[in-house]
Write a protein that binds this ligand. Structure first.
Ligand SMILES: Cc1cc2nc3c(=O)[nH]c(=O)nc-3n(C[C@H](O)[C@H](O)[C@H](O)COP(=O)(O)O)c2cc1C
Length: 379
């Protein structure tokens, strides 16, 4: 998920039992040419382009990490996939995003209207990558048209297909039409089909398997609201998971504004003083205080943040690590409004842009709304 599925959230979901995690959609052009930099202390692998941390990962998630691409051109898609191939377990092509940024660029759901192009991208990826290729689509209103498309997609040799059970025009608030997947499952008995849409409880996994016959399910808003959805034993409190997430964000030096955005979505007590303090926090110290983690910050966080953000070396020999540090220094504690408003570029992974009010997938230019998620993602 754009803005939500950055490294800390993925790590937490895995800790709670997720089998696989997807990166946010990252547009091919934004990662092609990025420099891969490994931080020796933390082990974090960062893909840096134009001094921005485009994508960050840790070797510990590699076996379960699918990198999701936004693409419209086969060659560019392949170049992007090749850039990150060594650090991920699969490449997914997003063909479901209905946002104008994607559609105007010929990406996302626009690809469903151009199956030749969609399949050309999958073809080149399948033929040239050493990791499995998957694809995520929506459904058409027309059943036969949907089946025709999935037959063509399956023929490219992909390893799994995720279907968001809504049409391009449907709003996230409209009920996902799980039943439409039955035909797809029947049509493609040998291809693992992953159901997506309105999965909000652990028991939905079995329900979807029993009723629809799918292999698996993908949850987006359910995990964003409470990542412990993946626990077979039942969810933990949303506040507990938000606190755990904060710690991981500090430990991985996640970009401050991204952490804040995710926490504001997750925080269960929107009327509390702590929520208000979180909303107005401008650096990790203040954020940790608002999350009841003042002691954690003093004992562990301050050092970690300083290590990552210390001034970079300069001049001849300025190392790759310095590039990361330069990027991090700007991004770790920059909750001031100037930084927010000035930032038209991705805040964190991806082409990032999100209109939380719409709660739909997508990307595009960021805007000042980053600081104040308009509507929370409801599970
Ligand atoms: C904030 C947000 C960001 C999203 N980003 C992506 C994305 O990067 N790639 C993608 O395939 N879908 C993205 N989606 C769509 C979800 O993956 C999913 O298809 C949709 O929310 C329906 O599933 P759900 O009912 O489990 O939320 C996003 C959704 C939201 C709310």
């Amino acid at each position: 998920m754009v803005r939500i599925g950055s490294l800390p959230m993925r790590l937490l979901c895995l800790e709670y039992g997720a089998d696989l995690v997807w990166s946010p959609e990252i547009v091919d052009k934004s990662i092609v040419g990025a420099e891969r930099v490994v931080d020796e202390k933390s082990g974090i692998i960062s893909y840096i382009k134009n001094d921005k941390d485009v994508f960050a990962t840790l070797p510990s998630e590699k076996d379960k990490l699918i990198f999701q691409l936004g693409a419209a051109e086969p060659e560019m898609a392949l170049a992007a996939a090749k850039t990150v191939e060594q650090d991920v377990s699969g490449i997914d092509l997003n063909c479901g995003c209905p946002k104008s940024f994607s559609i105007l660029g010929g990406m996302g759901a626009a690809l469903m209207a151009d199956p030749d192009r969609l399949c050309a991208i999958l073809d080149i990826l399948v033929k040239n990558l050493n990791v499995p290729v998957t694809c995520k689509i929506r459904i058409f209103d027309d059943v036969e048209k949907t089946l025709e498309l999935v037959r063509r997609i399956a023929a490219t040799g992909i390893t799994a297909l995720t279907v968001h059970c809504r049409t391009r025009a449907m709003r996230p608030s409209e009920k996902a039409v799980w039943g439409r997947l039955r035909d797809i499952v029947k049509e493609l008995p040998d291809l693992p089909i992953i159901l997506n849409g309105d999965v909000f409880e652990y028991k939905d996994v079995q329900r979807a398997r029993d009723r629809i016959g799918v292999t698996s399910v993908m949850t987006a808003r359910g995990a964003a609201a409470n990542p412990s959805i993946f626990r077979a034993e039942g969810k933990l409190s949303a506040m507990h998971t938000a606190v755990e997430l904060t710690k991981i964000c500090v430990r991985t030096s996640n970009i401050f504004l991204n952490t804040k955005f995710i926490l504001l979505q997750m925080h269960p007590e929107t009327k509390s003083d702590d929520y208000i303090r979180l909303r107005s926090s401008r650096r990790y110290k203040e954020m940790c205080e608002a999350m009841g983690l003042a002691e954690f910050y003093e004992s562990e966080g301050a050092q970690l943040i300083n290590d990552r953000a210390e001034p970079a070396g300069t001049g001849k020999g300025a190392s790759k690590t310095s590039a990361v540090k330069r990027a991090k220094k700007r991004e770790l504690e920059d909750g001031d409004s100037k930084a927010v408003h000035a930032s038209k570029a991705p805040i964190n992974e991806g082409p990032v842009v999100l209109e939380p009010a719409d709660a739909v997938e997508g990307s595009g230019p960021t805007d000042a709304a980053e600081e104040r998620p308009a509507k929370r993602i409801k599970a």
